[in-house]
Design a protein around this ligand. Structure first.
Ligand SMILES: [Fe+2]
Length: 456
């Protein structure tokens, strides 16, 4: 939970400076709403979408009909997800998959994952200087469970500087939640195109093929969940509105290209990468309808709620999206943010309380900069506070905030931290623990100055 505050060491004041990227206009069109049943066709081919049925004997324009199932055929109607694609060539036309060897650093292999109960902090992950696209810049930091039994998750980062050329990626293992931290992601999917900037996220579900264009050094985080699709959290007594509102989720409209090329399709399958060649672009879907489609969300639209009297609410109030497990109220993983907000609680130790959690907490920082704290929690870095690993404010933070005069203050201005919180025990990959060379060995020291105040 929210260790961002602790890492400011002596001060919980809002921060500081924010390096804004040059604004890039999003020229793509979207439909709005979370989990809606959409129907869209590229305006170059009016009437491409069949009316009143899914699978006519002959589709308009000579298209092929193809269903993409995101849930079991027999899943309850409320959770059933599928999309019908009307495309130039069905996706079955490719030559056999072979091992993809161009990214030896991405390995989710269960054999390589090791336990480490320490408080962990990573300095910002390096972006390669050699040409590296999104697929080849994918690195797995930690994981749990097994995609073979559809139970668990992986935490990845991506570090790249080059667009994917004639190359598409999909995960057979689970849904991907992408959190860009530096650089915009210009993403082409089978269902259309999305521009995803830092402080925005997108979800690309299991099986959906996509290609990422970038314009320079680019970095971000990925949460991959094997069990279920992401949903909005229930609001309970909060009521019908607040947190992430459904209308702010944007799904692309249909767009296609009719292009012959030596195209490479990369599949992440059981934690390994495979490659298959085909002679045409997979982004040839002229029209589609359904409720299984990627979406994006701007974190600036998150409507924060919190205590306006005293004490802390639990950080679950900051949940944007959740992937539920079979156990009620217990997530495979929550995506949680700590946005700019007012802090007003009376007679309350305002920074996060000391705690130990039966969940694992992986945090990253999207925006914000600390005052020359090279070893601190910086944008593009990360922390992991594992199951029952204690964490909380450091000594200076504790001293200052037990003495401070309280009043309304704006916290976290110009910053955006997030957390992947999971009910699974995360184990580290070799890359996450060693190869990346970013683990801050001194992290534990920030708690060593805590003194005894006890007096009788
Ligand atoms: Fe925590």
């Amino acid at each position: 939970m929210h260790s961002i505050l602790r890492d400011r060491e002596s001060d919980w004041r809002p921060v500081i400076s924010l390096e804004q990227e040059m604004p890039v206009e999003d020229k793509y069109s979207y439909n709005s709403g979370f989990g809606n049943e959409f129907a869209t066709e590229d305006p170059r081919c009016p009437g491409a979408l069949p009316e009143g049925q899914n699978n006519p004997q002959k589709c308009a324009y000579g298209l092929y009909a193809e269903q993409l199932s995101g849930t079991a055929f027999t899943a309850p109607r409320v959770s059933n997800q599928r999309t019908w694609l009307y495309r130039i060539i069905p996706s079955v036309k490719h030559v056999p998959f072979e091992r993809y060897t161009s990214n030896p650093l991405m390995s989710c292999s269960l054999d390589e994952q090791v336990p480490n109960p320490n408080q962990l902090r990573w300095k910002p992950f390096d972006i390669p200087s050699d040409p590296t696209d999104w697929v080849d810049g994918l690195r797995t930091v930690a994981g749990a469970g097994d995609p073979r039994t559809r139970n668990g998750l992986s935490v990845h980062v991506f570090v790249c500087n080059t667009s994917m050329k004639d190359k598409a990626f999909y995960s057979s293992d689970g849904d991907l939640l992408l959190v860009p931290q530096q650089g915009n992601l210009d993403i082409t999917t089978e269902m259309g195109r999305l521009l995803v900037k830092p402080n925005q996220i997108c979800v690309i579900q299991q099986g959906i093929r996509f290609s990422v264009n970038v314009t320079g050094p680019t970095r971000g985080y990925v949460l991959e969940v094997f069990n279920n699709h992401f949903v909005l959290p229930d609001l309970g007594p909060i009521g019908a509105n607040g947190l992430a509102n459904p209308r702010d989720f944007l799904t692309p409209v249909s767009w296609f290209e009719d292009r012959r090329a030596r195209f490479e399709i990369i599949s992440k399958y059981q934690g390994h990468l495979f490659s298959a060649q085909q002679d045409h672009s997979p982004f040839d879907v002229v029209a589609w309808h359904g409720n299984y489609a990627p979406y994006k969300y701007d974190l600036a639209n998150f409507c924060t709620v919190n205590s306006v009297s005293f004490d802390h609410m639990d950080p679950s109030i900051f949940t944007v999206l959740t992937c539920p497990s079979a156990k009620p109220g217990t997530a495979v993983a929550d995506f949680v943010i700590f946005p700019p907000r007012w802090s007003v609680a009376d007679n309350t130790f305002r920074p996060p309380y000391y705690h130990r959690n039966c969940m694992s907490e992986f945090m990253g920082l999207i925006l914000g900069r600390y005052e020359a704290k090279e070893s601190g929690f910086n944008p593009g870095g990360a922390t992991l506070h594992s199951m029952m690993t204690p964490h909380g404010p450091d000594a200076e933070c504790f001293e200052q905030w037990t003495q401070k005069e309280l009043g309304p203050i704006k916290v976290a201005e110009g910053t955006q931290a997030f957390m992947f919180e999971t009910s699974f025990q995360l184990a580290l990959t070799k890359w996450g623990e060693e190869t990346c060379e970013k683990v801050d060995k001194d992290y534990y020291k920030c708690w060593q100055r805590l003194e005894k105040h006890f007096k009788i």
